[in-house]
Design a protein around this ligand. Structure first.
Ligand SMILES: Cc1cc2nc3c(=O)[nH]c(=O)nc-3n(C[C@H](O)[C@H](O)[C@H](O)COP(=O)(O)OP(=O)(O)OC[C@H]3O[C@@H](n4cnc5c(N)ncnc54)[C@H](O)[C@@H]3O)c2cc1C
Ligand code: SF4
Length: 521
């Protein structure tokens, strides 16, 4: 077997899968190495017990926290990466997120590129991932080159009622931009059936615009593309000068294989990409590959996230709940000058999901009753980059994730804002005002906040920037210290903003793809 390629891409998620889509038509020999296989298509895809309670599709890998305690990461290794499981809420960062922003908890640094540099690629990514949305309602919406390719996903009646209530209070709720292949005008032929097991689940009918469905599978139609699954890249080796990656060492089927490529793109997810570079330390790169700056693995960000359930006497029979969002407090409020963050929804919670970690917050309410009467909010505040929040490896090569939360006052205030807004909902015609009893904090796992193991929004560990002393990647996401190494997953983020990250990873992969096409011409 000839193991020499023009390009090797490691990982098939939002970054790697999208880059593959961009490069497949070039005719270049492309090798794609993915540690996972395909998500099996089976009824359990849509079982909340299998997915949320049993964690059937999560990796069984064990990492460690800074104190050495076992960490069971909520992450997934499959073709399509974590997009197989994502809620497909595909937001652009706000234009201001690309500049420096002062937060109560510190500074969110500027990116080396501006919003305008990424805008055309956001437009392309929205087309590719079939985003359904509406522009111009959200006051923080950045300018866009064209409308969304598909109309917004409608609210179900309970969510529409909430949207009307919020609007009556002078707020500007809007439809979440969503990458689901829903055609509400033609329900008989619509690929998406609008079900209640989308967020966190793989789509059994392949109607979620994930990286496997919209990028990897179509790319495999090109004869120049080779996908190798079950291929765990354990190490990257360089030439004697240390300036170029020459060999990719892969563990597969219990043995070791070696591949090489003129250009190597790492896209293993922010934590695994940092771990791979650190594992690839050598005489020329003693602190880890491309890590003369000592930033690789540092500045890990997740997002400051909470799930909050608003319980009321009114039932909430919504199936697809993740249609409404609110950014009115994203940059602050008249009473508080600092950014607070973003309010939206998780997929509708049910009793099985609550069983995975609901504290006894509502005496006399069974989990089933709670789930039937809750609005399940997802709150995001910005996680600020801290060099001591980092990925390292222990003596056995296991991943260690050290993390100290930050910017918590912003998050507390965001929660308080939502509580106060919810208390002002209009009178319910059936139960009166006390129908909307207020908010009960709950967490899918522990306590109130999403815990460290909830690494869904991981980013920042191989940041890009103008200065090689403080960033590992240049503005094209090429490693400063190597001529043929790129990173295109969420590692490159210098700041995390407070909206979901996937569309930005996809748009950036298309941008880097354009650069690579030029380079390979
Ligand atoms: C439940 C859930 C819901 C989410 N909802 C949303 C949402 O609604 N909106 C949003 O924007 N984001 C959402 N996210 C986050 C989003 O999925 C991620 O931001 C995105 O997938 C990250 O893309 P990536 O390319 O950085 O990494 P990934 O998508 O994780 O891809 C990394 C790939 O690399 C492979 N890999 C790892 N290590 C190796 C190795 N050593 N060798 C070979 N292959 C390797 C992995 O198997 C994987 O396929 C959600 C995530 C989860 C888990
Ligand atoms: S059918 Fe639609 S709503 Fe259900 S999982 Fe698939 S994409 Fe999501």
């Amino acid at each position: 077997m000839n193991n020499q390629y023009d390009i090797a891409i490691i990982g098939t998620g939002a970054g790697g899968g999208t880059l593959l889509h961009a490069l497949a038509p070039t005719g270049k020999r492309i090798l794609v190495l993915e540690r996972g296989g395909y998500v099996p298509r089976e009824k359990d895809n849509w079982s909340t017990k299998a997915v949320n309670l049993d964690g059937k599709y999560n990796t069984k890998e064990v990492w460690r926290d800074r104190d050495g305690a076992a960490l069971h990461p909520h992450t997934n290794y499959y073709v399509g990466g974590n997009t197989k499981f994502y809620g497909a809420a595909l937001f652009r960062l706000r234009r201001e997120d690309f500049g420096e922003i002062k937060h109560h908890g510190g500074v969110s640094p500027a990116w080396p590129i501006g919003y305008e540099d990424l805008e055309p690629y956001y437009t392309q990514a929205e087309r590719l991932y079939q985003v359904h949305g509406e522009r111009g309602v959200d006051p923080t919406d950045p300018p866009a080159g064209s409308p969304y390719p598909h109309p917004p996903v409608s609210h179900e009646p309970r969510i529409q009622q909430l949207s009307d209530d919020l609007a009556r209070l002078g707020l500007r709720p809007f439809h979440v931009p969503l990458g689901v292949m829903l055609d509400e005008k033609n329900p008989v032929t619509s690929r998406c059936i609008r079900c209640d097991t989308c967020d966190g689940h793989p789509c059994l009918v392949s109607a979620k615009a994930d990286a496997q469905v919209v990028c990897v599978d179509p790319a495999l139609a090109y004869p120049n593309v080779t996908l190798v699954t079950g291929a765990y890249v354990s190490r990257l080796e360089t030439n004697p000068s240390g300036r170029a990656v020459t060999r990719l060492i892969v563990e597969r089927n219990g043995g070791s294989e070696a591949y090489s490529a003129d250009i190597v793109v790492v896209s293993a997810g922010a934590i695994n990409s940092a771990a791979l570079l650190l594992r690839s330390a050598s005489d020329k790169h003693p602190r880890g590959l491309a890590n003369g700056s000592d930033v690789v693995g540092r500045f890990y960000m997740g997002h400051v996230n909470s799930v909050l359930m608003a319980l009321s006497k009114c039932p909430n029979p919504t199936l697809f709940q993740k249609t409404l969002a609110l950014n009115d407090f994203y940059f602050g409020s008249p009473e508080w000058e600092y950014p607070m963050g973003h309010i939206s929804f998780v997929g509708k919670l049910d009793a099985q999901t609550l069983r995975a970690g609901a504290p006894a917050i509502a005496p006399n309410w069974t989990l089933d009753l709670m789930a039937k009467h809750s609005l399940d909010f997802w709150l995001t505040s910005e996680d600020l980059p801290d060099p001591d929040n980092r990925v390292t490896l222990d003596r056995d090569g296991q991943i260690v994730l050290a993390y100290q939360p930050n910017n918590e006052e912003a998050h507390r205030r965001l929660i308080a804002k939502l509580e106060s807004v919810m208390k002002q909902q209009t009178k319910c015609r059936i139960h009166g005002h006390d129908c909307h009893e207020g908010l009960f904090a709950r967490n899918l796992f522990l306590g109130q906040r999403i815990p460290l193991a909830g690494v869904a929004h991981q980013n920042g560990t191989v940041r890009f920037g103008h200065d090689p002393r403080s960033s590992a990647l240049d503005p094209h996401c090429k490693a400063y210290e190597l001529d043929n190494l790129y990173v295109v997953d969420a590692s490159f983020f210098p700041s995390s903003a407070a909206v979901n990250p996937a569309l930005t990873i996809m748009a950036n992969a298309l941008r880097v793809g354009e650069h690579l096409k030029e380079r390979l011409r």
